[in-house]
Design a protein around this ligand. Structure first.
Ligand SMILES: Cc1ncc(COP(=O)(O)O)c(C=O)c1O
Length: 488
């Protein structure tokens, strides 16, 4: 089998932020200022000479960064005047506030509602704003298929059996390498390859809870979190999430002090559905709090690769010296939907997770693991990720601009720094379950707010997916949605 020493890849990997070109980094920094509103639409950017002096970069770096931002449609050049942040046709919609400050405890019963929403996504003619995936056209599926062919031909008869227990060795090395680049040194024994992140998350929860236990989750939370709790007969303590800053630590601290919480299941970066990413200090404080209470964290980080900035966000796992964090990742959202390959860095529970997996599903498909391992080594993963992130960033801008054109001015919307979801808070009187039905009748899907809550909150909210190339039908669908929202 043709194997390159995987550590060689690390030194030449474009993932390494140090290897990113200076002008790309500089462009990303400016894009972040535009996204967060520090540089407002219509505002003039510093002249090349001024920017070069202020930021200590060469004039050609500034030029190249401005060209890049112009090609991404974020700024425009005006003859003899300089560069300006692109004007929106409309004032941008405001961001939502945190939902509520207090935590809520409850039994979980959401599955029927979730299945009815998921069922609506099967029709390929429906505008897929309710989908959980980006467009398949954004994935390198043909290149992956070549990797699949190559890897399966090269697979040794021994590996076909042996990889079932340990997972594909190359794949585990490649995943460990990516952790290393984002600042987490991981012993290979900690990594368990799973059938997507969802299996990993299930196994983690099973390791540290028994039926009837309390688990802290986010409000709003990814709906499968609620379904897993429902299946395992666990009770949810819903902790409010700030749309920009993430988990409300005061509320979590209060719940940990009052209640016998057995585990936390949180997304510290690009939270689904809000897109919130905690800052590094916030993550450190979360870890310190959990460490004080010795409560394990199941960190769901499936959108980790879809950040828009120049640096990958650090997971809470990067602060973990005690094996208290089980960090779950996946290739479903960024490379290979349907291959069902995910993993967990299981901390002190790694061996228990591995045994539980052997007792349930045994192993993800060995050829699928081998295909992804081959692609990671030879397929140009980082190049693909850069393209994907840029496509998603520009599609986000299109959906935000379209929402500002068509939705009522009192609608609030998040501005996540990555991923492919926007969370909309419509005027109070809008019932998103009814909105879902009315929109579906017009061929538009969406994910209504109550499927993201154990207590069916977020009635006037919805998650919309911007993971598909923006086109005239997308624009028409937003206009139609706006009209339906207006009719409440
Ligand atoms: C937040 C979150 N966690 C986990 C998953 C499951 O990932 P996988 O497809 O790898 O099982 C998803 C997929 O929708 C998700 O959105």
């Amino acid at each position: 089998m043709h194997r390159r020493d995987s550590l060689d890849c690390a030194t030449s990997s474009p993932l390494n932020p140090d290897k990113m070109k200076r002008y790309e980094k500089f462009a990303d920094e400016i894009a972040e200022l535009i996204r967060t509103g520090v540089l407002a639409p219509g505002q003039k950017l510093p002249s090349v000479r001024h920017a070069s002096r202020t930021y200590g970069v060469s004039p050609s770096t500034v030029f190249q960064a401005y060209y890049l931002l112009e090609s991404r449609g974020q700024i425009l050049a005006r003859a003899r005047s300089g560069y300006f942040v692109r004007e929106l046709a409309q004032r941008p919609l405001p961001e939502p506030e945190i939902s509520a400050r207090e935590a809520q405890t409850s039994e979980v019963d959401v599955s029927a509602l979730v299945f009815s929403v998921l069922g609506s996504l099967k029709d390929p003619d429906t505008v897929p704003f309710g989908s959980a995936f980006p467009s398949p056209d954004l994935f390198p599926l043909a290149r992956l298929a070549r990797s699949m062919g190559h890897a399966v031909r090269e697979l040794s008869p021994h590996a076909v059996i042996a990889d079932m227990t340990e997972g594909n060795a190359d794949l585990r090395r490649q995943i460990a390498l990516r952790y290393m680049v984002s600042g987490v040194m991981l012993p290979l024994e900690e990594l368990v390859i799973s059938n997507g992140a969802l299996e990993a998350l299930n196994l983690c929860l099973q390791c540290v809870t028994a039926p009837g236990d309390l688990v802290a989750i986010e409000a709003p939370a990814f709906y499968a979190t609620l379904q897993v709790l429902e299946r395992l007969k666990l009770r949810a303590v819903e902790i409010p999430v700030h749309p920009r800053e993430g988990i409300d630590l005061a509320s979590l601290e209060d719940s940990l002090a009052r209640l016998p919480i057995k585990a936390c299941w949180f997304m510290s970066s690009l939270q689904n559905p809000l897109g919130a990413s905690m800052g590094e200090e916030h993550k450190r404080a979360l870890y310190a709090l959990l460490q004080r209470h010795q409560v394990p964290l199941i960190e769901d980080d499936v959108y980790a690769e879809l950040y828009f900035g120049s640096q990958p966000p650090k997971p809470v796992k990067s602060f973990d010296r005690e094996g208290l964090v089980m960090h779950c990742g996946s290739f479903s959202k960024c490379l290979a939907p349907g291959y069902r390959v995910g993993w967990v860095a299981g901390g002190r529970w790694a061996e228990q997770i591995r045994r539980l997996k052997l007792m349930t599903t045994l192993s993800p498909s060995v050829p699928a693991q081998a295909a992804i391992a081959d692609y990671l080594q030879h397929g140009g993963y980082d190049r693909h990720l850069r393209k994907l992130r840029h496509a998603l960033e520009s599609q986000q801008a299109s959906m935000l601009a379209s929402a500002a054109r068509h939705f009522p001015a009192s609608t609030r919307v998040t501005r996540p720094g990555g991923g492919y979801f926007l969370w909309f808070e419509f005027p109070e009187q809008v019932d998103s379950l009814r909105l879902f039905q009315l929109a579906l009748a017009q061929g538009i899907s969406l994910a209504p707010g109550p499927i993201f809550s154990a207590t069916r909150r977020f009635r006037n909210c919805a998650r919309l997916n911007y993971g598909h190339p923006w086109d005239a039908p997308s624009e028409r669908a937003m206009e139609l949605l706006g009209r339906i929202v207006d009719s409440f």
